[in-house]
Design a protein around this ligand. Structure first.
Ligand code: NCD
Length: 315
């Protein structure tokens, strides 16, 4: 994986999918395929990040993303420190910039940041010396999620080019949707978004997607059905009449999935609201890639950390 022929990645930080070229994305996916093989071995440890310090700075609660970045860093040999907002001085009124400056003074090599405000990671990139990875900023971007989704699709369908992908549900509050729309289109997929009009951002067509407010019409002919969590914590007001009603019209169940292609595959970034956006039997069914997405998450994060490590001083 660290061989000189490893595909090059010309960026110091991973702030979003926006700004990455198709070869950049393909380079990361190629590294991630190799990282899957490493993670399936008994001996999973590599030395690429030996001596390096990685800080996971999470201003929003997260289980899977934080643990995935932690495992990825450890498998590459880094010392990983987790810092979450509940136990930090941000609760005491310290600003994002102060926190970052303090951490920067401890000379980390890589900081992985999740923050509730869109643009927070871009702001930090101007203040720190180390490499930064965006682990989700507000409703803006979540680049490693989109990369792991692409890896999962490619390994199951053999390609991304030409596939019809539907991204369904709470697109308005979703950084996952935004990063996926950019990435999947960059790799030649056709993307639809499906949801109630209250949960679709105005002007979403400008991203080059087809827009559907009728799930049954939108699912017809799709190869990939990507469900999104109803992000109730980001809603201040009433966006859906009731959870029951939402499931009836926009929840993925057997009947609605039958409208997609017979070999369609189902995805969800997690955490799932079973019975709200997805029926349990579909989430656990034969067409579901949801568990595999979690495995691919570690591999993609290893790939990203490794690619950024090539630009660290003394590398
Ligand atoms: C996603 C996120 O945080 O944006 N989840 C994740 O990264 N595991 C999606 C979500 O919270 O619904």
């Amino acid at each position: 994986m660290t061989a000189p022929e490893s595909p090059s990645f010309p960026h110091r930080h991973l702030l979003g999918i926006e700004g990455l070229s198709r070869p950049d994305i393909e380079a990361l996916l190629a590294r991630a395929d190799a990282a899957v093989d490493i993670s399936r071995q008994v001996e999973k440890k590599r030395t690429t990040l030996r001596g390096r310090t990685q800080i996971n700075l999470f201003f929003e609660p997260s289980t899977r993303t934080q643990s995935s970045f932690e495992l990825a860093g450890k498998r590459l040999g880094a010392d990983v420190m987790n810092m979450s907002v509940a136990s930090s001085s941000v609760k005491k009124g310290e600003t994002l910039i102060d926190t970052a400056a303090t951490l920067n003074a401890m000379r980390p090599d890589i900081i992985v940041v999740r923050h509730h405000a869109a643009g927070a990671v871009h702001l930090l990139a101007r203040k720190v010396d180390c490499a930064l990875v965006n682990a989700g900023d507000g409703a803006h971007e979540h680049p490693t999620q989109a990369l792991l989704d692409a890896l999962t699709i490619r390994r199951n369908k053999g390609r991304i080019e030409g596939l019809q992908v539907a991204i369904c549900g709470d697109v308005l509050h979703s950084r996952v949707a935004r990063s996926n729309i950019i990435l999947l289109q960059a790799l030649g997929a056709r993307v639809r978004v499906i949801g109630p009009s209250t949960l679709l951002p105005t002007g979403i067509e400008r991203f080059g997607v087809e827009v559907f407010t009728d799930m049954r019409a939108g699912l017809a002919g799709c190869d990939i059905v990507m469900m999104l969590r109803l992000q109730r914590e980001r809603m201040n007001g009433s966006f859906v009449p009731s959870v029951k009603e939402y499931f009836r019209y926009f929840g993925l169940d057997r009947d609605k999935l039958a409208l997609a292609r017979p070999d369609a595959l189902v995805m969800h970034p997690g955490p799932m609201n079973r019975g709200v956006e997805i029926a349990s039997d579909i989430a656990d069914g034969t067409q579901s890639l949801i568990r595999e997405q979690v495995e691919m998450g570690v591999a993609v994060r290893m790939a990203v950390l490794e690619a950024l490590a090539t630009h660290l001083p003394n590398a």
